[in-house]
Ligand binder design. Structure first.
Ligand SMILES: [Zn+2]
Length: 222
């Protein structure tokens, strides 16, 4: 059976909503500032309170985790993430478990980093504890989605993807589809993750930034 996925675009950041049995599973949650738009989008897609079973966070950065705690309270669902990014959301520190200086980051990210630091002084990062710590192979089928978690560190130590049985990979910031976007915290991790992803049965990647793109584009790029 093919999986049903809807993209929710939140000002440069994508969240993805999967149909999961009689409910849904949300991958990532966008910035706090985009909360009203996210709430409206979820409602228009039929994801009303009681329907949302899980929120899977691809990693701990605030552009992906900004509404997780809010949605958990509103929908009564669980938040799932990898333990290696835990301190990022528990402490509100995106540098937690990362190198002092990332191995590779493009000019645009240096600028974003600078702006984020300035913004962080104004707005408090909403800290929270996830409900479920997951790792490679965690099975989402008990929640109604034929999919597994893949651990793909590189952007951060706890970066994960959601891989459906029919070859859709929600890959967070493992791969972008925006010209000039690049942020690799650890080049060795990234290379290993890339090797792993190449061996998996993937048709389409659904990135955290930019439009979905076919696996063959990733293979050509690397
Ligand atoms: Zn991001």
């Amino acid at each position: 059976m093919s999986s049903v996925i809807e993209a929710i675009h939140l000002g440069g950041v994508n969240c993805y909503l999967f149909a999961a049995g009689d409910g849904c599973i949300l991958v990532d949650t966008g910035f706090m500032a985009k909360r009203p738009k996210l709430e409206k989008s979820l409602e228009s897609l039929g994801c009303t309170p009681g329907k949302l079973k899980l929120i899977v966070l691809t990693h701990g950065d605030s552009d992906h985790t900004g509404n997780a705690d809010f949605l958990r309270n509103k929908y009564g669902c669980k938040i799932v993430m990898h333990g290696s990014d835990l301190g990022m959301v528990e402490r509100g520190d995106m540098g937690w478990n990362r190198k002092a200086k990332p191995d590779k980051y493009s000019v645009i990210f240096r600028l974003i980093g600078f702006l984020a630091k300035a913004a962080a002084k104004k707005a408090e990062f909403e800290k929270f504890k996830p409900d479920l710590i997951v790792d490679e192979g965690f099975d989402l089928s008990p929640y109604g989605l034929e999919a597994k978690i893949v651990h793909i560190p590189g952007h951060s130590k706890g970066s994960i993807g959601v891989l459906t049985e029919d070859g859709k990979l929600c890959c967070g910031d493992f791969a972008y589809n925006v010209p000039g976007f690049q942020f690799i915290d650890d080049r060795d991790d990234q290379r290993k993750s890339l090797d792993k992803v190449k061996r998996l049965k993937i048709e389409t990647l659904y990135p955290g930034h930019g439009k979905p793109f076919p696996m063959k584009v990733l293979l050509k790029r690397s």
